[in-house]
Ligand binder design. Structure first.
Ligand SMILES: *Cc1c(COP(=O)(O)O)cnc(C)c1O
Length: 524
């Protein structure tokens, strides 16, 4: 048996069979088996034991419920255990390294949470008179100033509520600018590199544009010849949507030229800024010729995400697009009073409109500004540098056993292809085997331009010891994959659920619990 430098085995001698993992209770170790809440409780029981109110007549008239709700009754300990058991089946950034490339799963500092819970931020209401929420408006304004400074851009729309929503904001601003130029109907083509995040082409189409794909070249960047050719032969270019650093984890080396070419062709440059964590404090997108870029506060600026939590996607805009920014936005009047511009008049007369009911994700603004202020300009720069260093550490530790997709250093994420695997072993087998090792899988099969892609983003918040522990696990799995170890195909062996039909779960989700038919069960 080989041992790693922590004295733990690097490859199991023995892969457990299903049989010896079966227990009578269904629980494994101290991880409890848990059914659906409907299977735990029944509608016939109740968790509370209160006497019926005396001498009360119903006041609901004819609308009182005639039958029970069918909701199961649970006692308090049953309810607490149910959710506790479910929570222990979750993987979380607070539990371990979360290598999901493109998602920037970094630590969420507790200080952010503390400040977001201050009553002056947490207990205010968006419909309060603005005179009573001056501090909150000032916070939005201060965060906006930081985002403009860090990106080198003159304007920012704070209201978009996620990355994809920010893309929508930027592309709507581009659409509105084209309409103002009288070219809304003639410029419809948006160039999108093949490696783009799926949200980019989806956003372009949603805003009424036609997507035209540009291929990647052999070093994972935009194919400049194809770009030039497309720009020369089409007079309907609205713009380009480009991610930088791109989804291969690489800096687009020709980005200045791309910006110039797009501008010469009369189009705008949308930059997907989801990977901003790699360059904060080192590169300002405004200096690269960007016209619009969303920032994922929930990636770069450490606000929590995953599991459907709230995102926030402020979108910075160039001089050319700033007039078309959505309402509302915060302005500071000469007397020092902060005000939300809500209507499309005055400064906002050219706005493309409103994207959200109020002003955006206030709780995320508080968290992001806390993160920014607690790091300072030098700390933010160091965080980016450490994120890039950590990804390169992983790439360099694993490059002798796995196949890096491209030569040279990477930015904040390391990308491997499946070229090193023996016939029959696929990326999914490696990803599922990581679960048995206690890790959430890396991003797999994305970007599409790399065969069997495995995209690993450790972020800056992992220590070298934790990176080594992860690399030891992945290295051992990769060696088994290279040797064609068929047992990988059965992984995960140790998770509560084995391999699921994820396509079916996505396409035909079962969202409603139906009581099993007692008769048919009996007949089977
Ligand atoms: C995460 C991500 C997005 C979308 O952001 P959401 O907040 O999930 O909508 C867009 N592009 C890239 C490259 C991303 O990584």
């Amino acid at each position: 048996m080989t041992m790693n430098n922590h004295g733990r085995p690097t490859s199991p001698d023995h892969v457990p069979s299903d049989r010896n993992l079966d227990t009578v209770s269904g629980s494994r170790g101290l991880l409890q088996a848990e059914g659906l809440i409907f299977e735990v409780g029944t509608p016939d029981t109740t968790g509370v034991d209160l006497p019926k109110p005396k001498n009360r007549t119903g006041r609901l008239g004819g609308v009182a419920r005639k039958k029970g709700t069918g909701l199961p009754g649970l006692s308090e300990p049953q309810a607490v255990r149910h959710y506790m058991r479910l929570s222990q089946k979750n993987y979380a950034i607070d539990l371990g390294l979360f290598p999901l490339g493109s998602c920037t799963m970094k630590h969420n500092p507790r200080l952010n949470e503390k400040l977001a819970r201050l009553p002056g931020f947490a207990d205010i209401h968006p419909l309060q008179p603005q005179a009573t929420v001056q501090g909150a408006l000032e916070l939005i304004d201060e965060l906006a100033a930081w985002l403009k400074t860090l990106t080198g851009m003159p304007a920012v729309a704070m209201s978009p509520k996620a990355g994809a929503h920010g893309e929508f904001c930027g592309m709507m601003a581009i659409r509105q600018a084209l309409i103002a130029r009288g070219e809304g109907e003639t410029r419809k083509r948006v160039l999108v590199p093949a490696s783009a995040h799926g949200t980019n082409p989806a956003t372009a189409v949603q805003c009424g544009f036609v997507v035209d794909e540009i291929k990647a070249n052999e070093i994972g960047r935009v194919n400049m010849e194809q770009l030039r050719e497309k720009l020369q032969t089409s007079d309907d270019i609205a713009g380009i949507m480009l991610t930088n650093p791109n989804t291969c984890g690489l800096f687009e080396s020709d980005i200045r030229e791309i910006a110039d070419l797009i501008h010469e062709a009369g189009g705008y440059f949308y930059c997907d800024g989801a990977n901003f964590n790699a360059i904060v404090g080192r590169v300002r997108p405004g200096d690269l010729g960007v016209d619009a870029m969303h920032i994922n506060l929930h990636k770069t600026f450490s606000t929590p995400h995953g599991g459907g939590g709230p995102g926030s996607g402020p979108t910075v805009l160039s001089e050319a697009l700033a007039p078309y920014a959505p309402v509302p936005f915060v302005v500071k009047d000469e007397d020092g009073v902060f005000r939300l511009v809500e209507d499309m008049e005055g400064d906002a007369s050219e706005s493309f409109g409103r994207m959200v009911a109020f002003h955006g994700q206030m709780g995320m603004f508080v968290r992001a500004l806390t993160y920014i202020l607690s790091h300072g300009a030098d700390g933010l720069k160091q965080a980016s540098e450490d994120a890039v260093l950590n990804a390169n550490y992983i790439q360099s530790r694993l490059k002798s056993v796995m196949t890096p997709a491209f030569d040279g250093y990477c930015m904040h994420e390391a990308l491997f292809s499946d070229a090193f695997t023996a016939e029959g072993i696929e990326t999914i087998d490696i990803a599922k085997s990581l679960i048995d090792e206690g890790y959430h899988p890396m991003t797999m099969y994305f970007p599409l331009v790399v065969h069997g892609a495995m995209l690993i983003e450790p972020t800056e918040s992992e220590s070298k010891a934790e990176l080594d522990r992860f690399c030891d696990s992945l290295e051992s799995i990769a060696r088994r994959a290279a040797q064609g170890d068929e047992t990988l195909k059965g992984a995960p062996y140790l998770a509560p659920m084995r391999r699921l039909d994820e396509t079916k779960a996505a396409r035909k989700p079962v969202l409603k619990w139906v009581e099993p038919n007692a008769d048919s069960v009996a007949a089977e």
